[in-house]
Design a protein around this ligand. Structure first.
Ligand code: TYM
Length: 344
């Protein structure tokens, strides 16, 4: 076969995804979603609610359905523009699943076995984990590379998956001799709070799947719930440090100060200039006020949007159509590169 050439990958395309499982947390917001809207100024953005990823662990269908709409409402409330950009749920575009199959044949078992998220989610009994959970990162690579997107805004915990996606893209380009077909993916890990920790344990990530609701702030929490969770957040008996070195062995103090810095759009050092030496009582009041001021307009806009679920569905379907039109030529080229007999 003669070597064919393909158009260059788009240079200014962003893709990111979020799972519709449970409530969105302040971690999702500060680590990822908040950074998504500003990127719309300079990039063509695709934001995807990854329902195919969600079912790697069992999801009640009704809860999955509601959570998908809720995440869509949250993203729109946080400034995602579904008219100018692309907002959709993953299962609306079957190209993701098709490309993920090809990547199942590219990624090596050893690469996947090293993923910390698989180890955490599978727990001790790996034999009982779904095969989907194991190949989860291949689907993630497919999400991004189905659009040949080069920029992916995420929180710190997704970095390892993006490195694997780059390994897959590189191996594909190399094995089928199509240099540059899949672009290198640049992780965009932005802001002060790239890893927001649990309010009950500063060594654990704040997560929507933590059994304790007191461990996280949900985007749907009202002002009283937010204030109560922050009041009860775990701390230590010492006053706040004057500088970041004082956070050594004080993960809870570090976490609360980092959250406050992110919410008030300052650096940790600037915040410590203001609150260093103070006790946690006063600081927690400031933090609760900042969190409520920040989140309450988002929550009320989400609730307004959720009152019309049919409109949310229409928005997602339109996004799905746009996404399919963007990935179709990429996946057609991949079939061609692989040597499949197809009409082109
Ligand atoms: P998910 O749904 O767990 O989280 C969505 C985004 O929120 C970030 N995040 C956090 N950031 C800081 N602190 C935290 N405590 C915290 N918790 C969550 C995550 O880093 C993520 O950016 N595998 C992905 C979804 C996905 C995806 C993709 C992402 C599927 N395909 C393609 C990027 C590109 C996930 O489970 O995210």
């Amino acid at each position: 076969m003669t070597a064919k050439s393909y158009p260059p990958a788009p240079s200014k395309r962003v893709f990111s995804g979020i799972q519709p499982t449970g409530n969105l947390t302040l971690g999702n917001y500060l680590g990822a979603i908040r950074n998504w809207a500003p990127l719309q100024r300079d990039y063509e953005c695709l934001y995807c609610i990854v329902d195919l990823h969600a079912i790697t662990l069992f999801q009640e269908p009704a809860a999955l359905h509601d959570a998908t709409r809720q995440v869509a409402a949250a993203l729109i409330a946080c400034g995602i523009d579904p008219d100018e950009h692309v907002l959709f749920n993953q299962s609306l575009n079957p190209d993701h699943a098709e490309l993920a199959w090809y990547f199942n044949c590219v990624a090596r078992m050893g690469w996947l076995s090293r993923m910390t998220q698989f180890k955490e989610k599978a727990g001790k009994d790996r034999e009982r984990a779904s095969a989907g959970l194991f190949v989860y990162p291949n689907l993630m690579a497919a999400d991004i590379l189905a659009y040949r997107a080069g920029h992916v805004p995420v929180g710190e915990d997704q970095k390892q998956h993006l490195e694997l996606a780059n390994d897959i893209g590189e191996k594909f380009n190399h094995d089928w001799a199509v240099p540059g077909f899949f672009p290198e993916i640049e992780p965009l890990i932005l802001g002060e709070a790239t890893r927001v920790m649990s309010l009950r344990d500063g060594t654990k990530k704040m997560s929507k799947s933590d059994p304790s609701d007191m461990s996280r702030i949900n985007l749907t929490d009202d002002a009283d719930a937010i204030a109560q969770k922050i009041r009860k957040a775990k701390t230590d008996p010492k006053p706040l440090p004057e500088s970041a070195e004082g956070f050594e062995d004080r993960p809870e103090a570090r976490n609360l100060v980092t959250i406050y810095a992110a919410l008030t759009e300052r650096t940790t050092a600037q915040v410590l200039g203001e609150v260093g030496g103070a006790g946690f009582g006063d600081f927690k009041k400031k933090l609760a006020d900042a969190a409520v001021a920040h989140l309450s307009p988002i929550t009320s806009e989400m609730n307004r949007l959720l009152a019309d679920p049919a409109e949310i569905d229409r928005t997602l379907f339109k996004g799905g159509d746009k996404a399919r039109a963007m990935s179709a030529p990429v996946v057609a080229s991949v079939r061609d590169i692989l040597g499949f007999v197809h009409p082109g």
